[in-house]
Structures are given as C-alpha cells and as structure tokens.
Design a protein around this ligand. Structure first.
Ligand code: JFZ
Length: 451
C-alpha cells in the first residue's frame, strides 16, 4: 500500500521528470501541511527566538584544549568507539537542574528550546529502549534529561524541540559510511543501511511518543552522505510521514544545507543570515513559503569548549536576532552546557541582558514578519499589522532616508521613548529626522504607525 501510494505520488508529481531516482521521488512528493502544522508554523514565526542546546558525553572533553573542537571531538581526535564509550561511564552532571536552565533561558526572552537528543556520536541523551547506548543505561547519572527538561518547559510555557542526528558514528549498521565516522571508529566494514534507518525511526518514534507534545524535530547529518550513493537512501518521505502522523503540529527542520524536501516545515540556516553564505556550506536558496530559522553559536562552539572565549557581545547577538527578524527568520542561539550540568556563567549573563532588551523592544521582534524594505547597510525593517519597525543598527547622521512609498503615516515615534519624531515625505520615500542623542542607541527603532 505504501509503495503504491508512493508510486502514484511520483507519477502525479514527476510526469515531466524522466529521472525516477529516489531523490526525484522525494523531491517530487506532494506535501500538504495539516491545519495543526500550519498553526504551529505561525506560532513558530511569532516566537522568533529560541535557544539551541548542544549537550552530550562530548561535553566532558570540553574541546580537548582546542578552540575549534567540541561535539565533534570523537571524529576530530579520531577516538575509537571502545574508548569513546568510556566517557559515558563518568558522565555525571550532578548540578543539572532543568528548572534552572529553563528559568535562565526564559529570562533571555526565548520562546523555545532545541536540544540534542542524539548527536553524531550516536549517544542518546534520553532513556531509549531500542539501544542501551544512552544516558539512562550507560551513565552513573541514569536520569532522562529530556524528560526532566520537558516537564520544566511545560511548567514555564516554553516549547521543546529535539535535535536528532541522522548521521551516526557509533551504530554498526550505518554502512556504507559517508564523509565521517570512518575506519578509526573500529566498526566492521559491513552493515545493513536499512536496518540503521529502521533504528533511527524507532528512536524518533520514542521521541514523538514518550515526551508529550513537542515542538518538532531538528535533523542534522544528512550531508554526511551527500556525495555518495547513499544520498538517496535516507527514506525521508517515510520518516517525515511517521512524524507528521504521530504529531501533526511537530515541525520538521533539516539542516541539510540544500533546498527543502517535501515534508519539511522550516528552512534552517547555519551560522549565516538567510541568503548569505559566509560560512560556505549554506544554500543561497531561500524559501518564501516556509518559516526560516538561523542557528548561531554564542562563541565559536556548539558543544562546551573550555578555552573558546570568543564570546559575542550582547549587542552582536541582539543584532543577529534583529537581522534575522528583518529577513523574516527566527534566531536560534546556541549554548553548550558544561559536563557538571550547568550552563556557562557567561551565557547566563548574556541571556539576562538580551531579555532586558527584549522587555523594552520586544514588540518590534515578536509576532513580526520581515518588513517592506529588505536588508540595508543601515539595518532592517519588521512589520506587524499596520506598524512598521525600522531598526537602525548602523547610522551616524541626523537624517535617514527610507524608501517607503505608497504609505500614509499616522505617526512616527522612537520605540522605548514616547517621543514623536519628525519626518518629511518625498516622492521616493520618507526622510526621518533623528536627534544625535538617539543615535547613540545602537538599535534605534523607529516605530511607524500607518493609517
Ligand atoms: C552541524 C553539526 O555537524 C554540528 O555539530 C552542529 O550540531 C551544527 C548545529 O550542525 O554542523 C555542520 C554540518 C555540516 C557542515 C558544517 C557544519 N558541512 O557540511 O560543512
């Protein structure tokens, strides 16, 4: 039955395509998001700001003294599975307190959390029944941190998403291997790919049935097979259907760095604003139908790194949030908790500072969409109903020209102060007069109410 409907889908959608590879099938599949899913997408876009958490047994290695190593330490230091497994035996984060995490995260103004349920190392941070390679079975800590975090999130009204790595450096059946997790792992050079995908889907089923209603699944690792023959064998259509059947509101996000596949609900960008590709691995295709999300580190590392002190300032991080909002995108800001279970003090301080800013200026972010003027060297615009917010991030002069035409302005004020500001309409746009004192404020926001 499943096969027949897949064939029909291909025939319906792919009549013009002569290439019937699995990719064509998955690309051509017709996906109509459910009403619950569409509502969840609206919620997601309104929420705008989430916190990403990379936490696992790799956190114990803390980057092994190198600034650019963290959750990839197994691969980067070529640690074989039999040695790496030992990390779990002393992973004992006694200071982990889910309520404290959620309080500090909530103080940042973030509305959701995305946490690693299994990263590339294959170690599950929850009590999985389909593999004992997990926090409950292999560590002295024994606790299911996802369960505790979900309970804390529910109490605080924060949505929880699970990151899940499709790539697995530990599972023997993840074979043929892709770009990473090769000979050093010590796995036999054989394996049954489809039984790995069955295992992956069984783990996903657990995540979608044992933790109540979740925000969605954030996939990563597809790119490991991008250049090889296994590229087309991820069975995305089947996996995505299972997720949507189990929880229709759950959003599927896949960090594969290519244009979205049918069944996906949000297009992610990693370390880059949507459409920009400074990092070198993002696609420049930007969906104008799906919500967007940009993920970024607070220093240079996803997982905890002892020596990476390249912490971005609160101002830089807020500018990234503002820049994302102006590009119609969410901002997912990452923290890597320490092996004792605590979030780094530097990050907690920044959370609170961002939250203070959002208390005053949040109305120009939450519930908005990208504004009528695309990104400019001076900043961005956001929009909500009949209000346009002009975020001026970099401008030094007393007047600024904004190419807004065909509008009727009711009034213009500086957000956060109740002062009206003067403006002059021209044929090509509006010239706002701003006093130099206001320009000291690095995100000066002009709130324009339209008639
Ligand atoms: C991926 C993960 O590998 C990383 O550990 C982290 O979880 C991040 C959020 O997502 O990062 C990648 C993935 C692929 C490439 C680069 C970074 N790539 O293909 O160049």
């Amino acid at each position: 039955m499943k096969k027949i409907s897949a064939v029909i889908l291909v025939l319906l959608a792919g009549v013009t395509s002569s290439c019937m590879t699995a990719t064509a099938q998955e690309r051509g599949a017709v996906y109509k998001p459910s009403a619950e899913n569409i509502a969840a997408r609206h919620w997601f876009q309104d929420a705008k700001f989430g916190i990403f958490i990379h936490w696992g047994v790799y956190s114990l290695m803390a980057g092994a003294g190198e600034k650019d190593v963290a959750e990839w330490v197994m691969e980067e230091k070529q640690i074989p599975i039999d040695k790496y497994e030992r990390l779990a035996t002393f992973f004992n984060p006694v200071k982990f307190d889910a309520d404290k995490w959620v309080q500090d995260i909530k103080a940042s103004g973030a509305k959701y959390i995305t946490i690693t349920s299994k990263h590339h190392d294959g170690f599950a941070m929850y009590d999985s029944k389909v593999s004992n390679y997990n926090i409950a079975k292999r560590t002295p800590f024994k606790r299911d941190i996802l369960k505790e975090l979900k309970a804390a999130c529910d109490k605080a009204g924060i949505k929880l998403f699970f990151y899940y790595s499709q790539l697995d450096w530990h599972h023997p059946e993840y074979y043929p291997r892709g770009r990473t997790g090769n000979v050093y792992t010590g796995r036999p050079q054989s394996g049954d790919w489809d039984s790995y995908i069955d295992y992956q889907n069984a783990q996903l089923r657990e995540l979608l049935t044992n933790y109540g209603e979740i925000g969605g699944i954030w996939f990563d690792g597809w790119w490991d097979q991008e250049d090889g023959p296994m590229k087309d064998r991820w069975r995305l259509t089947e996996t995505y259907k299972m997720i949507h059947d189990l929880q229709p509101q759950a959003l599927i996000i896949n960090n594969h760095h290519v244009a979205p596949y049918p069944g996906e609900d949000v297009q992610p960008f990693e370390q880059d604003l949507p459409g920009e590709n400074d990092a070198g691995f993002n696609t420049t295709f930007v969906s104008n139908e799906m919500p967007l999300e940009m993920a970024q580190t607070m220093n240079g590392s996803w997982g905890f790194n002892l020596v990476d002190d390249r912490f971005k300032s609160t101002k830089e991080l807020i500018s990234a949030l503002v820049g994302a909002a102006g590009r119609n995108s969410n901002y997912l800001m990452n923290t890597g908790p320490m092996p004792d279970g605590q979030i780094q003090a530097e990050n907690i301080k920044t959370f609170h500072e961002m939250g203070e800013w959002l208390k005053i200026y949040g109305e120009s972010i939450y519930g908005t969409r990208g504004g009528p003027i695309g990104p400019r060297p001076w900043g961005v615009t956001t929009n909500k109903d009949k209000t346009i917010y002009i975020h001026i991030l970099d401008w030094k002069d007393g007047e600024i020209f904004i190419p807004l035409t065909d509008i009727k302005i009711g009034d213009a004020t500086l957000l956060g102060k109740d002062e009206k500001i003067l403006y002059e309409m021209t044929d090509d746009g509006v010239i706002f007069k701003i006093d130099r004192e206001a320009l000291q404020n690095w995100d000066m926001i002009i709130k324009v109410n339209l008639l």
